[in-house]
Design a binder for this molecule. Sequence first.
Ligand SMILES: Nc1ncnc2c1ncn2[C@@H]1O[C@H](COP(=O)(O)OP(=O)(O)OP(=O)(O)O)[C@@H](O)[C@H]1O
Ligand SMILES: [Mg+2]
Length: 471
Amino acid sequence: MTNIFAAIASDSTESEVEQRVIVPLLRLLDYSDGDWRSQVSIGKLKADFQVRPQESDLLSPPFLIIEVKSAKRKISSSLWQIKRYLRKSSAVFGLLTNGYQFQLVYNYRNQVSTIGEYSQPELIAKFPSFYKFLCKATSLKLDRALYKSQQQTRLGFLNLVQKEFASTSLLPVVAEATISFPPQNHQNSKPMIITVFNNKGGVGKTTTTINLAAALTKLGKRVLLIDIDGQANLTTGLGIDPLTDVEELGKKDITHLLKDPRTKLEETIIKKSWEDIELSLVPSHIRLSNMETTLNSIMNVDRILELKLKNHGYDFVLIDPPPSFGKVNIISLMASSAMIIPTQLSAYPIRALEYALDRMADVQQFKDFRILGIAVSMYDQKSSSFNLSMYEKILALIEKKGLAGKVDVFPQNTWVPRLNIISKAQDKGYPIHEVEFDDTLTSPDKEAAARTIECYKKLANHLIKVTQGDV
Ligand SMILES: Nc1ncnc2c1ncn2[C@@H]1O[C@H](COP(=O)(O)OP(=O)(O)OP(=O)(O)O)[C@@H](O)[C@H]1O
Ligand SMILES: [Mg+2]
């Protein structure tokens, strides 16, 4: 921080103050180059910096506008300028500076008021507070909150309009307006039960299930997760301990649902909420691993889960089975109308795809069933030619199986790279979307998480299209 100020002198020009103080200051606040624009026209004037994170909603106003003067100019004479920029652009904060004095202003309903004026030493001393309110993470948090409340208000208003005018033409608009919220009316969406399947271990089934579910809920879909793996990774990955949070509290889990004909689906669902996401889960338990014999003695066991999932009321049910192929995998597939096959871009997981593809024909003997696509995760961002060769291997395999045109790899913008933060989030027991709310994590982790969220969002959007037959 002090270094920034050492780079200017009392005769520094406006552009020296911009490059030596403001750009480094923005970086200290975690903004990267794409998060700000310089010399932005506002009315007939040009603001020196307009800060608005790339991930913000397209329609949201700038978060911060910065007006810079040369070191020898008094800033008080330019206060009108920053006030005008804020009023015209509806930006939240404004900063006016000559590199020595810093005037911070705030815009509330076009009333721009001064928060304070700070010298260099005062700014250094107060920097933790500056950071707290002006950093990129805060900007994104505010943006998200504003977007949500605006959508809610608009939706409520539209419903009133619709009632008053008894207009059915507004219905599609209402459906669109609900995109970010659990829809009131689910009649339009076809419920889907999907097994996230690959008999190869460690290919990202559970991770894909958790983060895809979170992304689907962010798009307004109601999602139920079913952990049907004795390892209970999905359960613990959502921060739920199968012993202390389920068994010891007398709650029921997947084993009860499968073996006890009287146990209903609703009795086994646990709801888990974080800052931004709420998910419903049927938890698993280690004892499921030793239940093959018990399961085999149940009449019509292959269809037991299918039976329990009748009239479930969710838009998507995602089932996470164990690796290898046993009874619970058959139960999962028989309960589903489709599967997603996660894979890594490397030789063994790709070889295992063949087995997963073959399962489609098995299930199709009994019911309507399809493969929605192959989801790529944990790919190495630095090995593009290797990735391409692996991708071509998958396509060749699909071709060899006579499934070209019937099975596809999900588009490349849905592929999830190998990033530590994904594992970290799972270890901490929440979907990747919650990383931004965890103050113990660093900004690089948060930025990596934000990039990953985009991949899962695209995957969720693509999945919705595929299930609605739009692709
Ligand atoms: N994109 C990623 N980047 C980094 N690590 C990842 C990524 N996806 C998954 N992992 C990690 O890889 C490991 C295996 O992932 P995961 O548990 O999702 O696989 P799985 O197919 O469900 O495994 P299993 O077959 O044992 O059920 C986990 O530790 C997970 O955190
Ligand atoms: Mg798993």
